[in-house]
Ligand binder design. Structure first.
Ligand code: BEZ
Length: 159
C-alpha cells in the first residue's frame, strides 16, 4: 500500500468538464503543488455524501489558508457520476473530482476494496493523504466505518 515518502503513482484520472469527460494525469495534478487528496468507496453513498465530502468542502477556506493548492476527491466511479456528485453537493471549484473509473489508481496504490458481496464491485478504501510536489507526506487510512482519521479536521492538523 502507498505510504509516506512514496511518489504518487503515474496514473490518469478522468474529470468531467463542460466539454465532457477529459483525462487528467497525476503529473498535471501534483507537480509543484500541495494537494490534499481523499478517496472513498463511492459517490452518493451515505458516509461519503453526508460527512466525508462536505467536511472538505466546508473547510476549503481553512485548507487554502494553510497553503493547500488543491483539494481533490477520488472514487471508483465514472466521470459522469463524479460530475453529478460535484453538482449535487454544490462543491463548485472547491474540490476537484477525479474519477478512477477503472480502479487503476486504487490498484496502483494498493487501496482496492472488494465490495462485490454488497453489490458495489471493486471500489476504493477510505483514506486521505497530503501530497507535496508528487511525494506523499501524510497518509490516513480509515480503519472503521466512519470518516474521522481521513476527515477534513484531521487533515487540517497535518497541512
Ligand atoms: C458509505 O456510507 O459511505 C458506504 C456505504 C456502503 C458502501 C460503501 C460506502
Amino acid at each position: 500500500m502507498i505510504k509516506v515518502g512514496d511518489h504518487f503513482p503515474e496514473v490518469t484520472f478522468t474529470v468531467m468538464t463542460s466539454d465532457g469527460p477529459k483525462p487528467k494525469t497525476s503529473d498535471e495534478i501534483f507537480k509543484g503543488k500541495k494537494v490534499v487528496l481523499f478517496g472513498l468507496p463511492g459517490a452518493f453513498t451515505p458516509t461519503c455524501h453526508r460527512n466525508h465530502l462536505p467536511g472538505y468542502r466546508d473547510n476549503y477556506d481553512a485548507l487554502k489558508a494553510k497553503g493547500v493548492d488543491t483539494i481533490a476527491v477520488t472514487a471508483v466511479n465514472d466521470a459522469f457520476v463524479m460530475g453529478a456528485w460535484r453538482d449535487a453537493t454544490n462543491c463548485g471549484d472547491k474540490v476537484e473530482f477525479l474519477a478512477d473509473g477503472s480502479a487503476k489508481f486504487a490498484q496502483a496504490a494498493g487501496l482496492g476494496l472488494d465490495l462485490t458481496e454488497r453489490g458495489l464491485g471493486m471500489r476504493m478504501r477510505r483514506f486521505s493523504m497530503l501530497v507535496v510536489d508528487g511525494v506523499v507526506k501524510s497518509m490516513n487510512l480509515e480503519e472503521g466505518t466512519g470518516a474521522e482519521a481521513s476527515g477534513a479536521a484531521a487533515m487540517l492538523e497535518q497541512v
